[in-house]
Design a protein around this ligand. Structure first.
Ligand code: FEO
Length: 170
């Protein structure tokens, strides 16, 4: 049986990950409208990954006989008025998600829930990668984004991103 507080935080994370998917779909939506299909592709795949994360939390709860309650997914509310605003909002969001994961980890640690800590280890690593990806994107945009040819090249690079299922399976 999962500790009540740990289970509640894991359940909340299902919702938070679906919100992340929705937020990144909004980012993709922004770039579709800009005509930057590579950026749109990058964020669409990011949205798919977030849905995978949500499903991992969902399945982990079920595997541990916990009840899952699905809540309302909040409307993405970031004002997306420039390419850089989107990229920076992405990094800010990932840092927020890292805090959420750390918070669940701390709650699991407090009650010696080593199984949940082990489950979360994958997410701790994943958050490190996601923060790096988001900040790399900002650096590249700072270097090349103001030049149309540079932006075109960056867009082409991002169009090459392909979806791959998470390495964690339950
Ligand atoms: Fe599911 Fe981008 O963290």
């Amino acid at each position: 049986m999962l500790n009540e507080k740990v289970a509640a935080l894991l359940n909340d994370q299902v919702n938070k990950e679906f919100y992340s998917a929705y937020l990144y779909l909004d980012f993709s939506n922004y770039f579709e409208a800009r005509g930057l299909d590579g950026f749109a592709n990058w964020y669409k795949i990011q949205a798919q990954e977030e849905r995978d994360h949500a499903m991992l939390f969902y399945q982990y709860l079920h595997n541990n006989c916990a009840k899952v309650t699905l809540g309302t997914i909040t409307k993405p509310d970031k004002v997306l008025d420039s390419d850089m605003t989107v990229l920076k909002a992405g990094l800010e969001h990932e840092m927020y998600v890292t805090d959420l994961i750390n918070n669940i980890y701390a709650a699991a640690h407090e009650v010696k829930d080593f199984r949940t800590m082990q489950f979360l280890d994958w997410f701790v690593k994943e958050q490190g990668e996601e923060e790096t990806n988001a900040s790399d994107l900002i650096s590249k945009m700072e270097l090349f984004g103001s030049d149309p040819k540079g932006l075109y090249m960056l867009n082409s690079e991002l169009s090459g991103r392909v979806y791959s299922a998470p390495s964690l399976t339950l």
